[in-house]
Design a protein around this ligand. Structure first.
Ligand SMILES: *Cc1c(COP(=O)(O)O)cnc(C)c1O
Length: 392
């Protein structure tokens, strides 16, 4: 079976020579731990790409067609990450194809530069839209938003509605409904879906629900180079995004120029995307489930803890072992457990749930065999002097 997760890190000398120790990543595709591992085919494709010069614009257009096809969109573009996709989507909505506006960003004076965003969707990546020169206008409250609140937030200076699709994020209404309101008012809908794939169906889902453009990370679940992303959507907007990336007609580098994608990046992402589409995702999920079940099995029966395998919940990134701490638990607190895992050798990183009160052992990046190391360490920390294991 081809795995888009690569074949495991071993003990790479390149890190050893820099004095950097590999970690066990049971926290999912987080950037801070390296995103994902590329399949050997992706690395070979990047190496091959590095052996010849090409017209980068031509390469971008050809790769964009592959992205578009996979996303069921009119057009696509490889970017330097989902954060870069956010910058470029906002820029495209402000400038359209007007070269003088593209030249002026991030100074958006005189342009329709307001981007409305549901208050409950605010997150630290929404600063990306501001980097392009947009002004964020929140609507609704943290936990709820009504159609009239969205209507009221839209003014004659609004160019787009931003929508964030992310685990643990609560939508105020279906995207389809919000998109209808936005389109009736003549503004575009841009979606940050950085970490929403797999499942592969999410590549087409947001456009089908009314998004004009949607951005993804290339280096998370798709398994492309960590420094890549992509966006897909309406041809006119993607073309405007492209100009804001390279600004080939202008006098100044585009606002997206600092997050460019190299020829190797572009080829790597396209290759990863093709492997991703050919992957038997059910088999991959089944393998994750087996590893999660192993950890649950190893940890069940500790008094005061509820350890369960969670699967199929759309808010969770794949099957995972989740540890809930009950009120009678006398052992280390969740953050102490996470700190103990991190301070070991190898360091183990796990998730914390939406409120930091759980331990989520996420399997997407756990390499074969690492589940044993994780279970050993958790068992040691949780049933040590303070944790009591009851007899089963
Ligand atoms: C990870 C993430 C990003 C940034 O993605 P990069 O590909 O690392 O630039 C943006 N938005 C959300 C919601 C994310 O989860």
């Amino acid at each position: 079976m081809t795995s888009y997760q690569g074949s495991g890190p071993g003990v790479p000398g390149v890190y050893a020579r820099l004095g950097v120790k590999p970690v066990i990543n049971a926290q999912s595709w987080v950037t801070a731990l390296g995103g994902s591992l590329m399949a050997p085919e992706v690395l070979r494709a990047m190496q091959e790409a590095s052996t010849a010069f090409v017209d980068l614009r031509e390469l971008h257009l050809a790769a964009g067609e592959v992205v578009a096809r996979m996303c069921g969109a009119e057009a696509g573009l490889v970017t330097g990450g989902a954060a870069a996709s956010n910058i470029l989507m906002a820029a495209a909505c402000m400038t359209g194809d007007d070269p003088s506006k593209i030249d002026r960003l991030p100074d958006s004076t005189g342009m329709k530069n307001e981007v409305v965003i549901f208050d409950g969707h605010r997150n630290h990546y929404d600063s990306n839209f501001e980097v392009a020169g947009a002004k964020l206008v929140p609507w609704g409250f943290a936990r709820a938003g009504k159609p009239y609140q969205l209507e009221e937030a839209i003014t004659e200076n609004t160019c787009a509605m931003a929508w964030i699709a992310a685990p643990f994020m609560r939508d105020p209404m279906p995207l389809k409904e919000a998109a209808l309101i936005a389109h009736n008012r003549g503004i575009s809908v841009i979606v940050d879906a950085a970490a929403e794939v797999p499942p592969p169906e999410n590549l087409t889902r947001f456009i089908a629900q009314g998004a004009d453009m949607v951005g993804y990370s290339g280096g998370k679940g798709i398994g492309g180079p960590q420094g890549t992303g992509m966006l897909a959507g309406r041809r006119d907007l993607v073309s405007a995004a492209f100009e804001n990336h390279l600004n080939t007609n202008g006098t100044r580098a585009g606002v997206g120029r600092s997050s460019k994608a190299s020829k190797e990046d572009i080829v790597g992402l396209v290759t990863a995307l093709q492997i991703f589409m050919d992957t038997d995702h059910e088999a991959v999920w089944a393998a994750w489930r087996v590893r999660a079940a192993y950890i649950v099995e190893r940890l069940c029966g500790i008094d005061g803890l509820r350890v369960v395998l969670e699967d199929g919940d759309t808010n969770r990134q794949g099957p995972q072992a989740v540890i809930y701490f009950e009120s009678r638990w006398k052992g280390p607190k969740p953050d102490e457990v996470r700190a103990a895992l991190r301070s070991g050798d190898p360091a183990i990183h796990v998730g914390a749930g939406g409120y930091g009160d759980e331990i989520n052992v996420v399997m997407t990046n756990v390499q074969p065999g690492e589940e044993r190391i994780i279970a050993d360490r958790l068992e040691e920390i949780l049933s040590g002097p303070s944790g009591e294991r009851s007899t089963r």
